[in-house]
Write a protein that binds this ligand. Structure first.
Ligand code: GLA
Length: 344
């Protein structure tokens, strides 16, 4: 258990002139990367040097940890936890309850019927107890519930099997179970499009209602899957102010800035142009300037990847192409946007 990574020496090329990313933010917040064991193999030295927090990109999700009822598969998550321990990094847990990447058996009852509320809650509790207990002392905080808000219209909660079969208190229950399993862990609600004003207000409403009911929730995770043009700095600032007014800590949990706008479907751009590189440099600088100015309420910034050679956006359905969203290039070298965030 928990083997597979030895301490690696920092690479000796260029270290005297390339500052460590996380050290550049030592007086602000930890800087993390989402990883898999494969990425730790291919980019271990880069990750150990530049990031001081990890998140499992996939391997702590329900479908990975409990593919069949009572059958837990911890090997890959353990490799990530071990890398974090060996290198003295923080580890965020992602994610305990989600409508996606959760196996169908969770929602199945006897005779092909959907599971009853009590059965579903007891499965939720068993999963949370087992997973949170295993990483207690290593994972300092969990995304307890991911993406529960309805994106459109006036409905507050996403129509998911959790909502249909348990009822709207499934969210509160998840936080209570997680708190019982590890009273020291920081517990987050995590979502995307978190700066879009209408969704921001729904997230605010949900989290406020959880707090009003005494739910053990300590922070909001703002996924921050953004791009060159959206969201505006004003919308990011307004989201920070609004969520921080609840008295919670904020973390940017899945930051990436692909070099395309959301409606730019081109697949024939094989290399970024000088203009795209410059725009990304400026955009990252603006965003990290803003983060620095809110360092009192931001307790972590995690990139959803480590370098441009592999990111989930390369395979985003229907748009397979490189989008160069990270601070390090395919060869793990700092890009102009790296320098724009570390040089202050
Ligand atoms: C969401 C989830 C992440 C990941 C990304 C896309 O943001 O929270 O776990 O699946 O989508 O990779």
């Amino acid at each position: 258990m928990l083997e597979g990574y030895e301490q690696v020496d920092a690479p000796d090329t260029g270290d005297n002139i390339i500052p460590s990313l996380h050290e550049a933010f030592a007086d602000c917040f930890p800087v993390g990367a989402a990883v898999s064991p494969e990425v730790l193999e291919s980019a271990g030295p880069l990750i150990a040097r530049h990031y001081n927090s990890l998140t499992a990109e996939n391997h702590m999700k329900p479908i990975e940890l409990q593919p069949e009822e009572g059958v837990y598969t911890f090997e890959k998550a353990d490799l990530i936890a071990n890398f974090a321990r060996v290198h003295g990094m923080r580890l965020r847990g992602h994610t305990l309850v989600w409508h996606h990447q959760t196996p169908d058996w969770v929602f199945a009852g006897p005779d092909g019927q959907p599971a009853a509320r009590e059965q579903l809650l007891s499965r939720m509790k068993a999963h949370i107890d087992t997973v949170v207990a295993r990483y207690r002392g290593t994972v300092y905080g969990w995304d307890v519930v991911n993406e529960a808000i309805h994106d459109k219209g006036v409905e507050l909660l996403r129509r998911s099997r959790w909502l249909e079969l348990v009822g709207e208190d499934y969210i509160q229950k998840a936080f209570e179970f997680a708190h019982e399993a590890d009273p020291d862990a920081l517990l987050f609600y995590n979502d995307y499009h978190e700066t879009v004003p209408a969704k921001r207000e729904k997230i605010y409403t949900l989290v406020k209602s959880l707090l009003d009911r005494g739910t053990p929730i300590h922070g909001i995770g703002l996924q921050a899957h953004w791009n060159m043009y959206e969201p505006s700095l004003e919308d990011i600032r307004a989201a920070i102010e609004r969520y921080a007014s609840l008295g919670l800590k904020l973390q940017f949990t899945e930051l990436d800035l692909p070099m395309f706008g959301s409606d730019d479907k081109r697949r024939d751009v094989k290399r970024p142009t000088e203009g795209m590189i410059e725009q990304q440099r400026l955009r990252y600088a603006q965003i990290f300037d803003l983060f620095r100015s809110y360092k009192d309420v931001i307790s972590g910034v995690t990139f959803w990847g480590a370098a441009d050679d592999y990111t989930w956006l390369d395979h985003f359905p229907g748009k397979e192409r490189k989008t160069w969203p990270m601070l390090f290039n395919d060869a793990h070298e700092p890009k102009p946007c790296f320098w724009s965030v570390v040089e202050k």
